[in-house]
Design a protein around this ligand. Structure first.
Ligand code: GLN
Length: 533
């Protein structure tokens, strides 16, 4: 086994005991990045050779010096007999939406391409204090607005390591791809409507959206503040639990972060699933979208292979002693996307006001007559298409004359979605679920350029994930198989508030149960030809 194939858990063990040096981990990761990643995303991309077209392109910036200095510190601690932490020597990539002091933080947008933050996000700080090594900042859809990575102002955008003609998903596409391509063991992403889970599913890795408030948002450039959740992407559930363990917990500098004590996630993995109540819902078997002319809701069944994998997962878990509860009604899930469309755009428009060409970021080089002209030109030149659309929509649906028809209504539907979960998890109710088992996405990854530009189709790729953002509950995605093209399929476990330990436990059990399945032996295209783990 090569160093880049080690899990985060194994790496930390080896580095803490001195068997492997953190500096060797950095070198191995840099090597892997050199082999598979190709040119980094940039505002002025050149023409790509056919060979370059097939690279992963997860990174916007490789932070070699930072990783080396962090590794030196870890190795020094080991030499001194001190404990370097739970993530000692573990290569980490950071979605380029988190501030890292002294390191460019672009949000994949021209408007803050030159921004160097004077402070570090709490999540990144906690991870590096536990010994993780930041290998670089990875690509995303501009300001996290998207589901394919293609809206990044930094091109080439990321490809799917399983098949580079396909997208890695988004917005944490760089995160998911860098983990799948074994460039890093862990990545820090964000999930507002599905941005950790959808790309994790598309790239065959594990991803967790924690409960709202479980992980600090300080230093995360905001998209929709009432929905945004930082979270881990990893190659297995144990690494996901380990990373969450380090990141979770109250941050006095984030007033929405919870003071609830953090569970022992790693210990929870030791338990089996006997007697746990796991629900299946018919409301996760189809996509629902409005007909643009009539406004009526249409439904379309999800990809059959995805549905089958979820059913098989239920069988595995039943065999291991879980109780499968069928027909759990989650009837408001179908309104998740329209509701998200309104709420997330109102919050995005508000959060994007700060980028005005005055305080920091891009400023038009043109001679302007007054302040309004400076704002207007800087924003027109700095923002890409997607943020512009979202600002316009957000302003429209929250304007005084429209708010009751859109924003106020969306907030009401959001409560209905929350009620569905309350009923499903209610200890005294009809279902008393420990977790809901669903697909993560309705389809596997789409071909590059095939959906981008069709904002309706793109939006609906989050229908299975977005309800848990509205409700604030935690949700885990993990690989469950491959489709006929060899593209990964994700299954999702949604839990009650702050019950991350329970969904991680079920996910871990599922991994053990399916450890010998043939699909687990298949490796992403970009890794084929390498030594097998
Ligand atoms: N794909 C969704 C969107 O474009 C979700 C993005 C996210 O979770 N950040 O809004």
């Amino acid at each position: 086994m090569t160093l880049t194939q080690l899990s985060a858990f194994e790496t930390a063990q080896k580095v803490r005991t001195g068997e492997v040096k953190a500096i060797e981990m950095v070198q191995a990761a840099l090597n892997q990045i050199k082999n598979v990643d190709g040119v980094s995303g940039s505002l002025e991309p050149g023409n790509l050779s056919p060979e370059e077209e097939q690279k992963v392109h997860a990174f916007i910036q490789v932070t070699e010096d930072l990783a080396l200095s962090q590794a030196e510190k870890v190795d020094q601690m080991v030499t001194n007999g001190e404990d370097p932490g739970l993530l000692a020597g573990v290569p980490l990539s950071v979605k380029d939406i988190f501030c890292v002091e002294g390191t460019n933080t672009t949000a994949a947008s021209k408007i803050i391409a030159n921004f160097v933050p004077p402070y570090t996000a709490t999540t990144v700080k906690r991870l590096t204090e536990a010994g993780a090594l930041v290998l670089g900042k990875v690509n995303l859809d501009e300001f996290t607005f998207g589901s394919s990575n293609e809206s990044s102002a930094f091109q080439p955008s990321t490809n799917n390591p399983w098949h580079t003609d396909f997208v890695p998903g988004g917005s944490s596409g760089g995160s998911a791809a860098s983990v799948a391509a074994q460039e890093v063991a862990l990545s820090l992403g964000t999930d507002t409507g599905g941005s950790i889970r959808q790309p994790a599913a598309f790239c065959g890795v594990v991803g967790l959206k924690p409960s709202y408030g479980r992980v600090s948002r300080l230093g995360l450039i905001a998209f929709a503040s009432s929905l945004d959740c930082p979270g881990p992407l990893a190659r297995d559930v144990r690494d996901t639990a380990l990373m969450l363990q380090v990141m979770a917990g109250n941050d006095p500098k984030d007033s929405t972060s919870s003071t609830k004590p953090v569970d022992n996630y790693l210990a929870a993995l030791e338990k089996d699933v006997k007697g746990l109540r796991i629900g299946l819902s018919p409301d996760y078997e189809a996509l629902y979208y409005p007909d643009m002319e009539s406004g009526e809701l249409h439904s379309e069944p999800i990809q059959k292979e995805v549905h089958d994998v979820v059913m098989q997962a239920a069988e595995w878990l039943a065999k291991a002693g879980a109780e499968i509860i069928e027909n759990v009604p989650m009837s408001n899930t179908r309104y998740g996307i329209p509701t998200y469309f309104v709420i997330s755009r109102v919050e995005a428009a508000s959060n994007l006001h700060r980028f005005d060409g005055v305080k920091y970021g891009y400023r038009t080089p043109e001679n302007v007559g007054d302040l309004i002209e400076l704002y207007r030109r800087s924003r027109a030149e700095g923002f890409g298409l997607e943020p512009k659309l979202r600002i316009l929509m957000g302003m429209y649906v929250s304007a005084a004359e429209h708010a009751s028809a859109y924003y106020q209504k969306a907030l009401k539907v959001r409560s209905l979605i929350r009620n569905d979960f309350d009923q499903a998890f209610d200890r005294g109710g009809d279902y008393r679920l420990d977790a809901l088992l669903t697909p993560t996405t309705a389809t596997t990854a789409f071909k590059r350029k095939s959906v981008y530009g069709n904002s309706v189709l793109m939006q609906y790729s989050d229908q299975m994930t977005v309800a848990s953002n509205h409700a604030g509950v935690p949700a885990l995605t993990l690989p469950g198989g491959l489709d006929k093209n060899g593209l990964p399929i994700g299954i999702q476990l949604i839990g009650n508030d702050f019950r991350e330990e329970l969904i991680l436990r079920i996910g871990h059990a599922y991994e053990q149960l399916t450890a010998d399945e043939a699909w687990r032996q298949v490796r992403p295209q970009v890794l084929q030809g390498e030594v097998k783990a």
